[in-house]
Design a protein around this ligand. Sequence first.
Ligand code: SAH
Length: 279
Amino acid sequence: MQRTDRRRGRGAEFTIRAMSQDSNDKSVDEAGFGRVRMVLVGTQHPGNIGSSARALKTMGLSRLVLVAPERFPHAEAEALAAGAGDVLASARVLHDPAVAVADCRLVLGCTARDRRIALPMLSPREAAIQAAATVRAGGEVALLFGRERTGLDNAELQLCHAAVHIPANPDYSSLNLAAAVQVLAYELRLALLDAPSTSEDEGEGPGEPSATHAQIEGLFAQLGETLDAIDFHKGRAPESAMRKLRRLFLRADLNEREVRLLRGVLADAQRMASIASRR
Ligand code: SAH
């Protein structure tokens, strides 16, 4: 992953520079911090809400959404937010997670479990790079965090385009909720400050936007149809192959032109399959 390494190198550089910047600094705002929200679903301990607010503010993020918190507002939340009382005070409280993410182009669900999830699985770094690409294309991004006891339920995961797993100790992989928020907030900060440079994106015109989630979904749908048309699965269930291909394409961070190119290739494959089936 040469590209990621280069990005990380520049990320470190930017982080040092950004340390002296205030989170409300114009240059930081321009990086799109305001288009990312952290959504805590069904949080049980108010202290975790306060610590999460603090985790966001230390990384220059400020948008906290609480879906059906068990106890909020609460003195413990205030106490653990420390100097991030402003983030806590401006938190939106909602009842329905679908409402919390309705306007988002990218929704990522953070899960302590790395198996039995029927979604593409991203590392925090991959998730942050995708989030930054969406923000740069003008989209809103949500990261969902589950309950301390049981995490996100299936209906909540179904709102998500992908799952994010912090590759922790496999024997003890469940971080404290606010600690998980901190890890994701940190990766988001690096990715958001890591503005793309034209020299890196060889062959792409400056400003070539990343594909939107809807465009990527269109590509996946056409890919699914094409694989059927060319009898790729040969009687096997298509889910496993589709899941792997999804991961591959999500990792590639395709831009709009690349999606159009791939869809052109698929259209020709579909046309040839249809001619072959008529023979
Ligand atoms: N017992 C729960 C753990 C919940 S921890 C379970 O088995 O799912 C509370 C929340 O913190 C999780 O829902 C998730 O959003 C986040 N979290 C904790 N550990 C994580 C990890 N390793 N990777 C990603 N998110 C994690």
